[in-house]
Design a protein around this ligand. Structure first.
Ligand SMILES: Nc1nc2c(ncn2[C@@H]2O[C@H](COP(=O)(O)OP(=O)(O)O)[C@@H](O)[C@H]2O)c(=O)[nH]1
Ligand SMILES: [Mg+2]
Length: 313
């Protein structure tokens, strides 16, 4: 079958095959992504991140169902680089899938972690594009942590929500920087646990100190008990409020433009690096030059000048 044509006709099997192709870097992956691109850009993408066990998956499901109630179709891309083979994660995902797959307005896909997280962020971005072209209105990207690689994954998102939980102790200090950098919305999940009030106050203070940095948008702090579907509506309202803010101020266009720019720049860099690796680094001439350098018969500056002018010719 023509995978792209079928995805555009909302064939779920084709969507599944398309994601598998990009995930495993099959030969047809580039072709699929090339053809799909002009059909993307319609979905609203929401990143959901936070520490393992915070309840992201539980919350993501509840948010998905809330969007369904509001008449939207939803794609979910779940990325968990920490434990691809842990029985818990797989069992959990199976249950989620059975529950959600009954609804043809939802498509859920967990992505395994082969290779680097860097590669994964691009693959997740491709999966988002495939779901977008398929016609999902809303795409939720669930990812663990708030480190640099996760920030890269979250770059695919229009709105990013950071999930925290009470009782994290000093961890909250560690993720502060990440929260302030990427969190458009802050959600305290497991609000049934002791310490939710204290965490709420700490986070308010954190935002207060950072106030001048929030150009017109102060991240709202929502409290949820995801396992009981409490607070979900308010979270979805906050997501939509952030989307309205981005649209009214023109920032949505700005961030999407910046995203395209960085995607294309990354792709160019990959291509150029590959070219240099093949035509410069892996040559006998380069080996000889390195040996000359080691014997101090020449110096690196003119060597680099030479190589660059040859490459750019
Ligand atoms: N007490 C409590 N448990 C929750 C809540 N939300 C999720 N959980 C539980 O926390 C555990 C981890 O949830 P999961 O969604 O897999 O977390 P993730 O690793 O962040 O995706 C599961 O056992 C959930 O049932 C909540 O609001 N309160
Ligand atoms: Mg999860």
């Amino acid at each position: 079958m023509d995978i792209v044509e079928e995805i555009l006709k909302q064939n779920r099997l084709a969507l599944s095959k398309g994601i598998t192709a990009v995930e495993n870097e099959y030969d047809n992956a580039v072709d699929i992504m090339t053809k799909i691109y002009t059909h993307t850009g319609h979905a609203y993408v929401i990143g959901i991140t936070g520490p393992p066990g915070a309840g992201k998956s539980t919350l993501t499901d509840k948010i998905a169902k809330e969007f369904r109630k509001r008449g939207k179709t939803v794609g979910i891309v779940a990325i968990d680089p920490t434990s691809p083979y842990s029985g818990g994660a797989i069992l959990g995902d199976r249950i989620r899938m059975m529950d959600l797959m009954m609804d043809s307005g939802i498509f859920i896909r967990s992505m395994a972690t082969r290779g680097s997280l860097g590669g994964l962020s691009q693959k997740a971005g491709d999966a988002v594009k495939l779901m977008d072209a398929f016609g999902m209105d809303i795409i939720l990207v669930e990812t663990v942590g708030v480190g640099q690689s996760e920030v890269d994954i979250v770059k695919t998102a229009d709105t990013t929500m950071v999930v925290v939980i009470p009782g994290m102790g000093d961890d909250i200090q560690a993720i502060k920087a990440g929260i302030l950098e990427i969190g458009d919305l802050l959600t305290i999940n497991k609000a049934d646990r002791e310490g939710a009030d204290k965490l709420n106050i700490e986070m308010e203070m954190m935002l207060e100190l950072n106030n001048e940095k929030n150009a017109g948008w102060r991240p709202p702090i929502n409290r949820t008990i995801a396992s009981k579907d409490q607070g979900t509506e308010a979270v979805v309202d906050s997501i939509l409020a952030h989307r309205d803010f981005l649209m009214k101020t023109g920032k949505l266009d700005d961030i999407r433009k910046a995203r395209i720019k960085s995607e294309v720049t990354d792709m160019v860099n990959v291509r150029v690096n590959r070219y240099i690796d093949k035509n410069v680094v892996r040559t006998a001439e380069f080996d000889e030059t390195i040996e000359k350098l080691q014997r101090r018969e020449t110096e690196p500056y003119s060597v680099v000048d030479n190589i660059v002018s040859k490459v750019l010719k």
